[in-house]
Design a protein around this ligand. Structure first.
Ligand code: ATP
Ligand code: MG
Length: 685
């Protein structure tokens, strides 16, 4: 049991009778303390179903369940391992009746809430409704009721939102529904106001463990206090340097309050990092250094110096993606044991995944996008891919169904149902069935005409795609095709909000640019010079894209590269990490318009949180870390010059920690030679 724990970790694991706080830097084994403590508690005789372990995400919960399972076997399944929200659901399903909530209450998702708020506020604009949702959620997160909000409203706009909140709350009650914030707020009310329920849960839970404690908000802390009661048998683990959810109401006050609210609290610090090499750890410490210290910490590792952190300057997003993918490939090739799951590419914002997805697909490397939606999973891109798949393989039935109905072309569900039955009966694909002589026995004549039109359109497209060569022809072809099928109109018809429809249309155009670009021909390189690349037919290109669109199904085995936002990477680790888009303005993030009226202090706080985010990113890496920044970056539809983030410079404070990319040096040398050659004095002879 004690195997694989150091003395400080053992101390934390063995402190069973009262509250403890493990306060330690990244990779020091905090999460490991939690899993081992679950095992220790069971070994000490506490029934597994009297232990609750609270994690930050469902994914983290699943991972912890697995790790605990390895330590204690089947008993681990009885431990309540879940997020604060899932725990709230449990409390409400069991005891919510006391508050007038039926056990089968429903939980609204974000879209449900937006449309309910549209109703309550009398608007059709989703953005307005989302703004209300944000404010109401913040109020509820701070423990305010609608009545509190009305009382405390500072201006007309807040008064209006508060009134909408009151209507919204009434509707929720009438519908027997709750939103996400209620999953914390209502259990709090339940335990706070009903002593018998409170005592029941305090007696039931023999120990509560909380991972990522630094990211809890005020109401979650109150809930924890009510759950553990006077006996205060709990273990919280966290790292103030990794607090990255301040924008969502998480507060470091919870860390400061703990020793005051629980004077008997045992505070344990862990100093050895078991995750990263010394070079990576130094880079992390250099970056977090300038932040004010809440609790001083030192972190060391005996995993050796390792490779210096590599800094890469990329010309633009595409170049950055190519470089990242090339790095993955060469690292993997350097050792036969490396798996795709050993690699992660991390970035600040969801939309940044796109260029990496495209480059990985081109290299046929399997990947998954966590913490956001994959570009290739967006409805509009799936629509277009369905068409392209059908061109490559007429017998792809799911692709047939999707393209025959998107955009609508008068082929109804009844017709498709009849076609499907007929196809099954004669063991044909839907497309083959379309041209069967016996089809008229199954489908009525008018429907057949429409079906045939569709079939001919597919055949015609296939023929033309085969004979369209080079990127310019391909672009023209795709533009015409989108017009033919009326795709832009379809987007605007199926989406109320024009801005969203426009954004989806931009995705479509981006996708077409990308596909066309693969067809080669005269293309401008980074320096603007025309170069000739190998020309391919559109059908050839589509074949490779269609092939890799099935890659996402291969994800099942999970031996895939991870693309993740920095926020979603918290708590995880990979042998090789590439941190991308580390530019001023991206990390630290800056919105030009919104930031201008912030006070200097608020701005400084923002940068501190961004610094912690960078620290989280760096400390995900076990063996190698590369950090790249963009010399030019896209801003809207424009390309603007980029500068490396201050965090890169800080990381590099320490010469041995960072190494420039060798190709950069070569390029700098070449540039220098070129300059010298032109600047050389004219030959005196
Ligand atoms: P983070 O702050 O990123 O959440 P953490 O403090 O929770 O990190 P863990 O994920 O628990 O750290 O541990 C980091 C890595 O070190 C894991 O791979 C874990 O298995 C390993 N580890 C932790 N403690 C020990 C130990 N005593 N001996 C060997 N390996 C350890
Ligand atoms: Mg952890």
């Amino acid at each position: 049991m004690s195997a694989g724990l150091n003395l400080a970790q053992l101390d934390a694991v063995n402190h069973l009778a009262g509250p403890s706080l493990v306060l330690a830097g990244a990779g020091s084994g905090k999460t490991r303390v939690i899993t081992h403590k679950i095992a220790r508690l069971i070994q000490a005789g506490l029934a597994a179903d009297r232990i609750a372990a609270i994690t930050f995400t469902n994914k983290a919960a699943a991972e912890m369940r697995e790790r605990a399972g390895q330590l204690v076997g089947r008993d681990a399944r009885k431990v309540l391992i879940c997020t604060f929200h899932a725990l709230g659901v449990r409390l409400l399903r069991e005891d919510g009746q006391v508050l007038g909530l039926k056990p089968q209450f429903s939980i609204l998702d974000t879209d449900d809430i937006t449309s309910l708020l549209k109703d309550c506020g009398g608007t059709t604009d989703a953005n307005t409704a989302r703004a209300w949702q944000w404010t109401i959620s913040a109020w509820k997160g701070a423990g305010m009721s609608a009545a509190d909000a009305i009382r405390q409203a500072k201006d007309e706009s807040e008064r209006q939102t508060a009134a909408i909140m009151a209507r919204y709350e009434e509707r929720l009650t009438a519908y027997q529904s709750v939103d996400f914030d209620d999953l914390i707020r209502l259990p709090l009310k339940l335990l706070g106001e009903h002593a018998e329920v409170r005592e029941k849960w305090q007696k039931k839970l023999g120990h509560v463990l909380v991972d990522e404690y630094q990211d809890t908000n005020a109401t979650q802390y109150e809930l924890l206090k009510l759950l553990v009661g006077e006996r205060a048998r709990f273990t919280a683990v966290g790292d103030d340097d990794q607090s990255i959810y301040g924008w969502r109401g998480a507060t470091l006050d919870n860390l400061k309050k703990l020793p005051i609210d629980f004077p008997q609290l045992r505070v344990i610090k862990l100093e050895q990092n078991y995750r990263s090499t010394s070079a990576i750890l130094r880079a992390a410490n250099n970056v977090i250094g300038p932040n004010p210290k809440l609790f001083p910490k030192t972190l060391w590792s005996d995993l050796g110096e390792g490779e210096p952190v590599r800094v890469v300057a990329a010309d633009n997003e595409e170049h950055e993606a190519e470089r990242a993918v090339a790095r993955l490939q060469s690292l993997r090739a350097s050792s036969p044991h490396k798996e795709w799951r050993d690699f992660a590419i991390l970035y600040r914002a969801n939309h940044m995944a796109r260029s990496f997805e495209q480059a990985l697909r081109r290299a046929q490397i399997p990947y998954k996008v966590s913490g956001g939606q994959s570009f290739f999973d967006k409805a509009e891109i799936r629509d277009l891919c369905a068409w392209l798949r059908l061109l490559v393989n007429n017998n792809d039935d799911p692709a047939f169904l999707r393209s025959a109905t998107t955009p609508k072309r008068g082929i109804g569900h009844t017709t498709l149902g009849q076609l499907g039955t007929f196809a099954t009966q004669y063991k044909l694909s839907l497309f083959e069935a379309l041209f069967s002589h016996s089809l008229p026995s199954a489908v009525n004549a008018r429907a057949i005409t429409t079906l045939h039109e569709f079939g001919r359109a597919v055949n015609d497209l296939e023929y033309r795609a085969r004979h369209t060569v080079g990127h310019e022809a391909a672009r023209a072809f795709l533009t015409e095709w989108l017009k033919d099928i009326g795709y832009e109109q379809h987007l605007y018809d199926s989406e109320d909000n024009e801005k969203i429809a426009a954004a989806r249309w931009t995705n479509v155009l981006d996708f077409c640019d990308w596909v066309a670009g693969r067809c080669g021909g005269q293309i401008a390189d980074e320096a603007g010079a025309q170069v000739e690349t190998e020309r391919k037919s559109l059908l050839e290109v589509v074949q490779t894209i269609a092939l890799i669109s099935t890659l996402s199904e291969r994800e099942q085995d999970q031996n895939v590269v991870t693309l993740s936002t920095l926020h979603a990477s918290k708590g995880l680790e990979w042998p090789h990490v590439v941190l991308v888009g580390v530019n001023e303005g991206l990390l630290p993030f800056k919105t030009d318009d919104a930031d201008s009226d912030l006070s200097a202090e608020l701005l400084a706080q923002r940068v501190q949180e961004e610094r912690r985010l960078m620290y989280v990113g760096i400390t995900r890496a076990q063996r190698t870390l590369a950090v790249s920044w963009l010399k030019r970056r896209k801003k809207g539809r424009e390309s603007v010059p980029g500068t490396p983030s201050r965090f890169i410079q800080e990381m590099a404070l320490d010469q041995a920690t960072v190494k420039e990319d060798p190709r950069e040096k070569l390029r700098a040398l070449r540039a220098e030679f070129a300059q010298r050659a032109t600047a050389a004095p004219p030959n005196p002879a």
